[in-house]
Write a protein that binds this ligand. Sequence first.
Ligand code: AGP
Length: 611
Amino acid sequence: MGYTGHRPALDVVLDGLRRLEYRGYDSAGVAVLDGDGGLAVERKAGRLANLEARLDEVGRDSLTGGTGMGHTRWATHGAPVDRNSHPHRDTTGRIAVVHNGIIENFAQLRAELEADGIELASDTDSETAAHLVSRIYDGDLAAAVRTVSRRLEGAFTLVVTHADEPDKVVAARRSSPLVVGVGEGETFLASDVAAFIEHTRNAVELGQDQVVVITKDGYEVTDFHGEPVQAKPFEVNWDLSAAEKGGHDYFMLKEIEEQPEALANTLRGHFTDGRIVLDEQRLADQDLRDVDKVFVVACGTAYHSGLVAKYAIEHWTRLPVECELASEFRYRDPVLDRDTLVVAISQSGETADTLEAVRHAREQKARVLAICNTNGAQIPRESDAVLYTHAGPEIGVAATKTFLAQIATNYLVGLALAQARGTKYPDEVAREFHELEAMPAAVQQALGTVGQVRELAHELSDSKAILFLGRHVGFPVALEGALKLKELAYMHAEGFAAGELKHGPIALIEDQLPVVVVMPSPKGRAVLHSKLLSNISEIQARGARTIVIAEEGDDTVKPFADHLIEVPAVPTLLQPLVSSVPLQVLAAEIARSRGYDVDKPRNLAKSVTVE
Ligand code: AGP
């Protein structure tokens, strides 16, 4: 958040940060310019409350002035500790920067700054921006920010202040959110409007690759080359609580809609010069070549992402892959040695069952690669290597965008193994990656089903139970659809491999029982498609009400579908990324129709730290 105007900046910024805190709980910080050439910064690891306690301790007298900015952090580069908290300063201490996003070429920029004799005070990618601005600053902060922005690769919102220009705040945006709030004699900058709508409802959304300068009298927008840009103003008509949820009634729907962005962020920077690059993980290519077996261990939704991965990793690498519930893994004496790769998937990185599985695997000398959404959490700390999903903070207890990001990250691991072991030619690896790269757009298209699914949810909200069927990668999607419904709508739900139906579960089918069927593509594995068509006709003949998730244009399925939900056509292994979307919405909206709290279902916690 940034502010300049007639009020004390510290109060406005702290209020704004309270509204934005859900975006990251790793640290919080503020910078205030006193107007006489002074720039004061306070920052603290942990929640905003820690920063406020720190301000009470040191006093707020040094932080007076009408221009300031603040930040709450969700760590990507560098552990969540004080020195990695924002704002970051240059070596003169006169420039302060907060950053949201990932600067992909930061290693190169860091090396360049160090070669210039600049000692960086943090492990973050963000700090490089402060020094880069400082190095070229010649009296025009906006010009310096534009020049630096052109050098940065990746996604960023930068907010920058300089003690020599105390009446303005400069910000730049590429692929990360940034809005301007225009008040009377005051102007705001924030990642979302929730930060300032108690002061003004007049907002301006910035476009890609734009720089904005705010003063108390207004704002000016240019592109990264200084060409003026006409930005589009809009009026915010949400109330405060809706604004925090991006205009939605609950966080989970906001997070479902953030899935294209989460996927793009997770994939960003992992394919360079024709190769998969997993630079955060600390396993050398030789380690990957030595692997002779893969175990995936995880719980709940993360486990379902692992089940999806099994199909891809075995197909691409010809390595045997076992996917196992973390709570079962260590109690059954699995066969592990130093050539076993254990992939431990956990959104929170704190799940006790998964952590104990990691410890067990390491005791047995297996190599452990963590896939995690929370920087610096216990599971990555105790693993040999880590790959972070960059899905952003997930507030809803039910995992949604982190599920998709986990699937994508698992696929990156599979492709890295295939590349290192030579089981796929480089052009095949490249093709698989590019197909993955097209998925944010496909997921965006799948989000077009939200309205239809909402209506259906309303109709199904009185059902006693719902069954879910799938084959191949559609089977874990069915399990995940059922888990979502159980945890949110407190409704009996079960997922089955469609081929298992005739071995028992078909006895459950009765008149009007809703059954969700996840259809494979007719163009991918034709045999799977025709087998599933037979399964649907079997349940339809017994009176089931069929809800079919199928590829758009799949006409063969129409006679079997009481409700047809069409998702975009994508390669078979990638189908879970689109077919999961309507199932997430279905569970959330049934829960809502039943009057339940979608974001905080009963008896559950976001991170389960007991075994
Ligand atoms: C999913 O909606 C759940 N809330 C739950 O199953 C979750 O995925 C599981 O507890 C694992 O959590 P983790 O990814 O943080 O380890």
